[in-house]
Design a protein around this ligand. Structure first.
Ligand SMILES: Cc1cc2nc3c(=O)[nH]c(=O)nc-3n(C[C@H](O)[C@H](O)[C@H](O)COP(=O)(O)OP(=O)(O)OC[C@H]3O[C@@H](n4cnc5c(N)ncnc54)[C@H](O)[C@@H]3O)c2cc1C
Length: 549
């Protein structure tokens, strides 16, 4: 009898353990299972449209408060602006002279939270501002002391004025003619598309349903004309789903107005897209682990030259654009501006042929009042719009995604009388986070964070999983398999652009492995030969935009 009770308790314990394990492995859930949960649930609390930083952050906030949460993304997570940022988690040094202390303080707090909740992706990056004018050294040193003070306990290190000698030691390729001194300060750096994926996984770990390749095509309205859900089309099967929910959250970035127009065809524009372009170069152009902030460019902005995944990113620009596009293309003037600015600051000159990849993104800036808009002066603060049963979020920054999400869900609770519940995301560790002082591999696998071991187990299963995809890069076949099984990768582009970042790091190399990746994915996803051809060719077409001739 005693033994039976004991066996029963052990059994219950094992079942509970398995349930927890299963829940933690929810991204093993197949797309089919996720789609069937759409039919099984008839009243979502929140239906979030858009799987960029904003939408994914809202999904994590909502599900961890206990709301039934669904997120739909028309392409892949972070296919839009959220994979094309400068990759900084920062307060925004350049907003200080504009007197935008509130935005800087808020962003610095969020930077500190990300340093704890996404340790595996957060990098403490030292920046050097070179001064070609004696008094600017003191001016920037003072400004950055204020930056340190605003970050309070969450400071990443003390900023200081440094000598010309130190600047040249730190930055061997910097132009030294006329150089007086430098200022060193610290900010955060990350991999934007990987953080987006980790947010999707975190939302799923907590029980949300999160789907890529689901396009919202219409808003459903009830007899009173109120929004009560969405129609969404599965971009793979072309099946249409009618999905009911209490509130629709519009987190579609530069496409916000399109969704708002579905509700009200007379809706007036709320977003101004502003394009920013980056060039990616070989690491030898910087030859340093420090980044450069060029504080005054000819367009009155700042320009960064930053080490990232063993390459260097130089950017960005701020160009007002009329029509939102998911894959914007760099303008000639932007390319010339970046090349000119970096060539006047570096001794190793950069030509067009040296550009390994070029990418542009569109900032979904909240449209200010009035018609004349200078984008560099438009506030980066976010704005929440409540209209009918729909809440839209515009503006903001990657760095502040968590606070933006908290504000949106607070607004939902207040406007639609949801049960009171406070945001928990300050304490929510994101998928892949590692305990403090844990060592991650000093190679490309660090992005897997707490899952590195699991990944290595998979890679050791078969010798071919350890094969490199490209002789010049460390990425392996095993990573393709992992991306399909564990990271919801559905296309060759998902893998090459956002699971690993090869399209952004070296667009030509990415085209060279595209067929191979398509073949591996086809096997894993059980797709026919025609799929391989279609994937390979559509990737080549996309990559043309990332190659500078
Ligand atoms: C050049 C540049 C540099 C930047 N650098 C930084 C930086 O260093 N640090 C920082 O903090 N911030 C930075 N930002 C800002 C930051 O990248 C953006 O604020 C953020 O990524 C916006 O995220 P989002 O989710 O609002 O938009 P998006 O990432 O564009 O997401 C919106 C999503 O909605 C989807 N969608 C649209 N319509 C539908 C539909 N009908 N159905 C389903 N889905 C739909 C889109 O496909 C898209 O994926 C930068 C921005 C740019 C452009």
């Amino acid at each position: 009898m005693c033994l039976n009770v004991f066996t029963f308790i052990i059994l219950i314990f094992l079942i509970a353990l398995e349930k927890i394990a299963l829940r933690n492995q929810r991204n093993l859930t197949t797309r089919k299972e996720l789609l069937s949960s759409l039919n099984a649930t008839d009243d979502w609390d929140l239906i979030i449209v858009g799987g960029g930083a904003s939408g994914l952050g809202i999904a994590v906030d909502a599900i961890t408060r206990g709301f039934k949460t669904l997120l739909l993304e028309q392409y892949d997570f972070a296919k839009g602006t959220s994979s094309k940022s400068t990759k900084l988690l920062h307060g925004g040094v350049r907003y200080l002279p504009q007197g935008n202390i509130k935005l800087v303080t808020e962003a610095l707090e969020e930077r500190g939270l990300l340093a704890q909740n996404a340790r595996h992706l957060f990098k403490n990056q030292e920046f050097i501002i070179p001064n070609y004018n004696w008094w600017r050294g003191y001016y920037y040193a003072f400004g950055l002391k204020l930056y340190d003070l605003l970050s309070k306990k969450l400071s990443l290190g003390n900023s200081k004025r440094i000598s010309k000698q130190k600047v040249t030691n730190f930055l061997p390729t910097l132009e030294t003619e006329g150089l007086f001194s430098g200022v060193s300060y610290f900010d955060g750096q990350f991999d934007d598309a990987r953080l987006a994926l980790n947010l999707a996984q975190t939302a799923m770990d907590h029980g949300a349903t999160v789907l890529n390749y689901m396009k919202v095509t219409q808003l459903m309205k009830n007899e009173a004309g109120k929004v009560c859900g969405v129609s969404a089309e599965d971009q793979e099967s072309k099946t249409i789903y009618s999905i009911k929910g209490k509130v629709v959250v519009n987190a579609t970035g530069i496409f916000t107005d399109r969704i708002l127009k579905m509700r009200d065809p007379d809706h007036k524009k709320t977003v101004v897209p502003s394009q920013g372009t980056h060039l990616v170069l070989d690491a030898s152009f910087l030859n340093s682990d420090k980044a450069i902030l060029i504080p005054k460019t000819s367009d009155g902005r700042v320009l960064f030259v930053i080490p990232w995944h063993n390459k260097v990113i130089a950017g960005t620009t701020d160009t007002l654009i009329k029509k939102p596009k998911i894959e914007p293309v760099a303008q000639e003037t932007e390319i010339e501006f970046i090349l000119e600015t970096i060539n006047s600051h570096l001794t190793k000159k950069v030509g067009r042929k040296d550009v390994l990849s070029i990418f542009s993104g569109l900032r979904p800036l909240a449209k200010p009042k009035g018609d004349k808009v200078k984008t560099k002066e438009v506030s980066r603060s976010h704005k929440i719009i409540v209209s009918g049963q729909m809440v839209s979020i515009v503006g903001g920054k990657w760095t502040t995604y968590r606070k933006m999400a908290e504000d949106v869900v607070d607004k939902v609770i207040q406007a639609y009388e949801f049960p009171q519940s406070r945001s928990r995301t300050k304490e929510v560790a994101l998928h892949g986070n590692i305990p403090a002082n844990t060592q991650l591999p000093q190679n490309h696998l660090y992005v897997y964070g707490s899952e590195v071991k699991d990944y290595l187990t998979l890679e050791s299963e078969r010798p071919e999983y350890q094969e490199k995809l490209h002789p010049d890069y460390p990425y392996t076949t095993g990573q393709v398999i992992w991306a399909v099984r564990r990271e919801m990768a559905r296309t060759t582009e998902d893998f090459l652009a956002r699971r690993i970042r090869l399209l952004f790091l070296d667009a030509r190399a990415a085209t060279e492995v595209s067929r191979k990746v398509s073949e591996i994915m086809a096997k894993e996803l059980n797709k026919p030969d025609a799929w391989v051809e279609e994937q390979h060719h559509s990737f080549l077409k996309l990559a043309e935009k990332y190659i500078l001739n």
